[in-house]
Design a protein around this ligand. Sequence first.
Ligand SMILES: *[C@@H]1O[C@H](CO)[C@@H](O)[C@H](O)[C@H]1NC(C)=O
Ligand SMILES: *[C@@H]1O[C@H](CO)[C@@H](O)[C@H](O)[C@H]1NC(C)=O
Length: 510
Amino acid sequence: MIRLTVGLILNILCFSECYKILVIFPTPIISHYILGEALASGLAEAGHDVTIVSAFQTKNPPNNGSYREIVLTGSSKDNENHLTTNLFARGSMNKFSAMAKLNSLGHKTVREALKHPKFQELIHSGERFDVMVTEQFHNDGIKPLAVHFNAHLIILSTIIPNLWVNALVGNPSPASYIPDYTLNYPIQMSLLQRTWNLVIKTAAYVNQHLLFYPKQRKIAEELIPNGLDFDSALYNVSLVLCNSHESVNQPVPMVPNMIHIGGYHIKPPKKLSQEFQEFMDSAQEGVVYFSLGSTIKPSTMSEDKKRAILQALGKLKQKVLWKWDEDYISDKPTNIKLAKWIPQQDLLAHPNVKLFVTHGGLLSTLETIYHGVPVLALPIFADQKLNAARAQEAGYGRYILFSEVTETKMDDALRNLLNEPMYKENAKRRSAIFHDRPVKPMDLATYWIEYVIRHKGAEHLRVAGNKLPWYQYFSLDSVALIILLMLAPLIPLKILFLLLKRNFIKAKQE
Ligand SMILES: *[C@@H]1O[C@H](CO)[C@@H](O)[C@H](O)[C@H]1NC(C)=O
Ligand SMILES: *[C@@H]1O[C@H](CO)[C@@H](O)[C@H](O)[C@H]1NC(C)=O
């Protein structure tokens, strides 16, 4: 109630810099919500009037500005359960089945979000916004809402700039040196790798245009009243905020309306609870922290992987803190402590953390670099393999594909990572790059969102490439024309040849 009153007063006092911002993160996956919540809270703290639509409820809403939540309750819960079952198997799914699965996940998420009574209420309220920020995750059907709300469209890419955003803003992403985000390829790819990368990127593009967009278009047309047409909404992007940064990701070209804000969700470390503080302080040999992230349920891993990991960790002289979703593991070595929830960011800040064993998710990777902690990545799916490959290339970590984990490989990697000072030094070096920015990433995001509003959609930043069909973008029509012109002089020659040949045959017959 008090918060509501403060919000109302601020609304009335709203200065010219206070804008109405709609943040839509419909994906029912915790790590996506974390990014949406961090952005919405950051904007509210900067004094804006923020409405966030997401699948989860915010535990500690910000005090400043105004922060209104529209929680997509109900259906998202079973979507979430459906999503989190069998994640370990996801890694071995072939790329084309994975694409199909993400398509159907996207259709389900968008349809359920747009149909949700609370969201429908907002859609039909007549309310207008200055900007609409939406995550980019198989939810393009949401974008025509920007037209409906009379708002400039801003996209937040939850991972590195990829196919899903590049085409919308005309950002170059050559298959020759930028691996698809699902591949664990090095930056300098072999011929075979480049070829497979081209195949995957082309298949993804074809899937996007021939399968995914038509269905999203239908959903949007059905559920958004004044959405104009889908395509003009889709390609009318004012700004792309990328949750990526050169300290962690491969450097790539970015058109002027793309900005790196990777790590903006990270808060300065808070004091640990007494339980964790004592555990960390008393670890004379240091601590190996182990977490497979917020979505994967570690207890669903196969018995042989579990044994291999327990055996390897049990041999360490370090203590191990393992995020585990059950109370108990049989035959647990004594140096391992289990916890269902761990304040990861605060824990990584503790000087006794020697190593982070991670699934290689982007949020965990950004957090470990923020604190300069080396990693052993055990990637499973999505962009985890790519992040893991980058960590190894940058020399602050090593990786073993989760599907290939054995006790021997774990022993070898752990021994190497814990004894070789190079990994820590490289993690510190990366951390220095992470922190060396003109302003904090959340302040940068706020600045650019306000900039878009001040300059009425900032159309002056957009490159023209996104308006061209693919054959024009790659100059294929020009190449065809050149070939045609080069062949043109040959045409009279060919006619002459045919005439001569005919006369010759005639002469022979006579
Ligand atoms: C709170 O919001 C106001 C604008 O309403 C802004 O001027 C002020 O700096 C904000 N305070 C903090 C702590 O961000
Ligand atoms: C495209 O975006 C600009 C700036 O946000 C806006 O002024 C314009 O109305 C939009 N056009 C369409 C067709 O949505």
